[in-house]
Ligand binder design. Structure first.
Ligand SMILES: [Fe+2]
Length: 421
């Protein structure tokens, strides 16, 4: 690992540590105790467990592992270790009360801030401080997803805007760009500072010439597939996809309904809104994305094609991230963040499913947080680019997200591609 102490100042670490914790608290503070009690679902965690887990992870890696201090809560390992505490049991643990849990979140944060301010901050401390911040960022996106899953109110923060302003209402963006065949560098280098184990390391990949859409598939484009009977046409679905479709009785995206009076509507948290024609379709599974591609005579890009097409995007792009729009923007928004090839919003707005299975790059080895990547290789699909609820400090072109192909709760859409003809 390169020198992280040189890469990230104490001021940055302090600001991010404070910001991540206040975002966590902002995402749950307006929920009633009743709303804190959530049903047992495979895709969510109970809020009380999950906020405690975020602080536990931070205490475990920074204070216990790097600084070799004793645990602040003697039974914490049996409650909050996500690798050891089976998912369904998280609803039944004798956890501290809501206020006791929040006291724990604040106490851990304050001890970490003391550590950042201390005189002997080393690379190890910086690594685990960043790991904990990014881990919290991922859970903060998950809290947002949980609120959507359960039909709760949209989260609101002081700095949130809505998607109904001119920067966001920019219309469609049709057409492809051509990415010439050649050798592309995929993955991260040491000089990128903090990277996750699954991005290691940068390596050459040869790609044929291909064409890829400038923008993700919009809601109106996806509606054409729905209205053309796409969900009923067996030939458009692979074997696993069709089995999933049958099991789920899927006939349209999960948060869509067809209202007899108002037409097609989409549920955004606790509100039903008319479909937003030029915004990307989101909350669809990989299976639905793949079926759409077959219907359109296209395919999903591999994650290597995606990363090649995203070349030239700056480290801090103009993008819909950090909840600034409280939802997706039209696909033509944020032209300043285009890739060198002219692809728009590869960073932000919606995660993008790729054709690729989530697999290790050659030479992969686990980083200290061993359960981050390797348990999921081979069973998950890779997504790229981040969504409106993803943090700008976390997302990069080389960042790899991964979910099972059946998930419909993620802010995930897709863009299509095709070989040059
Ligand atoms: Fe976690």
């Amino acid at each position: 690992m390169s020198s992280l102490v040189d890469h990230f100042s104490r001021a940055t670490l302090k600001a991010w540590t404070i910001d991540a914790r206040s975002r966590t608290l902002d995402l749950v503070h307006d929920l009633s105790d009743d709303e804190f009690r959530v049903p047992v679902l495979r895709t969510i965690n109970p809020f009380l467990w999950e906020i405690g887990h975020v602080a536990y992870f931070q205490e475990y890696w920074i204070l216990r592992h790097a600084a070799e201090r004793a645990s602040m809560l003697p039974t914490a390992d049996s409650w909050y270790d996500s690798a050891k505490v089976a998912h369904d049991t998280r609803w039944e643990l004798p956890l501290p009360s809501r206020s006791g849990t929040i006291d724990y979140l604040e106490a851990v944060r304050d001890r970490v801030l003391d550590r950042i301010a201390g005189s002997n901050l080393n690379d190890r401390d910086v690594y685990f401080t960043l790991l904990s911040i990014f881990h919290e960022d991922m859970h903060d996106e998950a809290f947002t997803i949980t609120r959507q899953t359960l039909g709760y109110r949209a989260p609101t923060f002081a700095q949130c805007e809505t998607a109904n302003h001119s920067r966001c209402l920019s219309g469609p963006l049709a057409g492809d760009v051509t990415v010439p065949g050649g050798t592309y560098v995929i993955g991260s280098r040491t000089e990128h500072g903090f990277v996750f184990d699954n991005e290691k390391w940068a390596h050459d990949v040869k790609l044929p010439t291909f064409r890829i859409a400038r923008a993700p598939v919009t809601q109106s484009e996806f509606l054409s597939f729905v209205e053309d009977g796409g969900y009923a046409r067996r030939e458009l679905w692979g074997t696993d996809s069709w089995a999933w479709r049958e099991r789920e009785h899927a006939v349209h995206p999960t948060y869509w309904i067809r209202d007899p009076d108002r037409g097609w509507m989409r549920r955004h948290f606790d509100k039903w809104v008319p479909l937003e024609t030029d915004r990307p379709v989101a909350n669809i599974s990989w299976f639905e994305a793949d079926a759409y591609c077959r219907w359109a005579g296209r395919r999903l890009p591999t994650e290597f094609e995606w990363e090649a097409a995203a070349g030239g995007i700056s480290a801090v792009p103009s993008a819909n991230l950090d909840w600034t729009a409280s939802g997706c923007c039209d696909v033509a928004s944020h032209p300043d963040g285009d890739s060198a090839f002219g692809c728009r919003q590869m960073i932000g707005n919606v995660w993008e499913w790729t054709a690729s299975d989530f697999l290790p790059y050659s030479g992969f080895s686990e980083d200290p947080y061993k359960e981050y990547s390797s348990p999921w290789f081979g069973t998950h699909k890779t997504l790229r680019g981040g969504a409106w609820a993803t943090r700008s400090r976390l997302i990069r072109v080389a960042y790899r997200n991964f979910y099972t192909p059946d998930r419909r709760d993620i802010w995930a859409g897709f863009r299509t591609c095709t070989l040059e003809s």
